[in-house]
Write a protein that binds this ligand. Structure first.
Ligand SMILES: Cc1ncc(COP(=O)(O)O)c(C=O)c1O
Length: 378
């Protein structure tokens, strides 16, 4: 059979996690927390099961959950989002992104992506006959070069995908970035946006500059979120997409034949959690303490710590240690030194190697301390 994705193999996340398991290394490669989920949330899952909340949810997601999300958005950004017409619950942000790309992209459409880029954007564009156009974020700040973006927009450009806070870079947008994006979109009326904001709650200074804050950007955007990140339950794969009513209507046409609806029991539990607790603002502080523990312990190491303003990933520049490629060094670090990471070149279409590795610090303090002790010995 002819492959529709001939360049896609086993992902580096699978490769590095397998290598970490084989060599009993500390796995800071894949982005998931290794600490337990809150007991309250577990109790609410049990309560949802006891209440027999186990049949299909409504296609767009449970009404109570969508109403809770609308309340969160209103409290955070001071805007009204219609929970009936503008919010759809999805199987994680991944399905939301795939569905939005399926909704928008026709053969020959160009889609602008910024490298280093999260890995699910490019293959989805290709599957629907689109042409990914990869632009590099500026190095080492990992910020968008807005002038370059403007130059790369053509009559065929249909979609721009942005990710703020950025995985893997840990960079975040300023108000200036939002204004620049707004200025460019105002000039190009046929352009749409996917704004991947799954780490919106994990930003360490300043306000999260969501595209929802701009009337103009919001009118053209599918904005993606993930409860996996916010409630430390990546395995539940519950996320959501916020988009204007007309875009949501088209999005749901695809969504209903893609999954129809997603896990009712977990939606019930999350809705109940959000109704009872107002603690999502504490997440950033919890992760900031972990970032500071990780980076503080590495001050005496030979790694150069790159700025991390958001997400639960930290980049380390190892150019003072070795000239090896980042893929080779990540392998050796796992096998010989017992710490697994992700080489950042895999997030670039051109495999650009800046001698930087990505480490996930969503781990217990104990795990982080043991890992930094190993890294300091190199
Ligand atoms: C930038 C980014 N977008 C999307 C996702 C996918 O989120 P989900 O697990 O909710 O599908 C991730 C998960 O790692 C991510 O880092």
């Amino acid at each position: 059979m002819q492959s529709k994705l001939p360049h896609v193999g086993t992902t580096i996340f699978t490769v590095m996690s397998a290598l970490a398991a084989e060599h009993k290394a500390i796995n800071l490669s894949q982005g998931f927390p290794d600490f337990p989920v809150s007991d309250t949330l577990k109790e609410l899952v049990k309560a949802a099961l006891d209440a027999d909340q186990v049949q299909y949810a409504p296609m767009a997601g449970r009404v109570d959950l969508r109403q809770q999300i609308a309340a969160l958005v209103s409290a955070r950004h001071g805007i009204a989002v219609d929970s009936d017409l503008e919010i759809t619950i999805t199987a994680g942000a991944t399905q939301a992104i795939f569905t939005a790309i399926a909704t928008l992209i026709n053969p020959g459409d160009e889609v602008i992506l910024f490298d280093p880029a999260y890995d699910c954007y490019d293959p989805a564009v290709i599957l629907f006959g689109g042409k990914p156009v990869h632009l590099a974020l500026r190095f080492p700040s990992y910020q968008i070069d807005w002038e370059q973006l403007e130059q790369q927009i053509t009559a065929k450009t249909r979609l721009i995908v942005v990710n703020n806070p950025n995985n893997p870079a840990g960079s975040v947008w300023s108000e200036h970035d939002l204004k620049e994006f707004e200025r460019i979109l105002a000039k190009h009326k046929n352009l749409y946006v996917i704004s991947d904001e799954v780490y919106e709650r994990i930003q360490f200074s300043g306000q999260h500059q969501s595209v929802l804050k701009s009337e103009l950007l919001r009118s053209r955007s599918f904005v993606m979120y993930s409860f996996g990140k916010t409630l430390h339950v990546t395995g539940w794969k519950i996320g959501y997409c916020i988009a204007p009513a007309a875009l949501t209507a088209e999005f749901r046409k695809v969504h209903q034949f893609n999954v129809f609806c997603v896990n009712n029991t977990m939606q019930h539990a999350i809705a109940a959690y959000l109704e009872r607790f107002n603690d999502l603002d504490t997440i950033a502080g919890m992760y900031q303490a972990k970032r500071d523990l990780f980076t503080g312990a590495l001050k005496t190491s030979r790694f150069k710590i790159m700025p991390c303003e958001g997400t639960y990933f930290c980049l380390l520049d190892y150019s003072q240690i070795t000239g090896e490629s980042d893929v080779d060094f990540a392998r050796r670090l796992t096998i010989e030194h017992g710490v697994a990471s992700i080489p950042v070149s895999v997030f670039y279409q051109q495999r650009t190697d800046h001698k930087v590795l990505r480490f996930c610090f969503a781990k217990t303090d104990e795990t982080l301390i043991t890992a930094t002790e190993k890294l300091c010995k190199i």
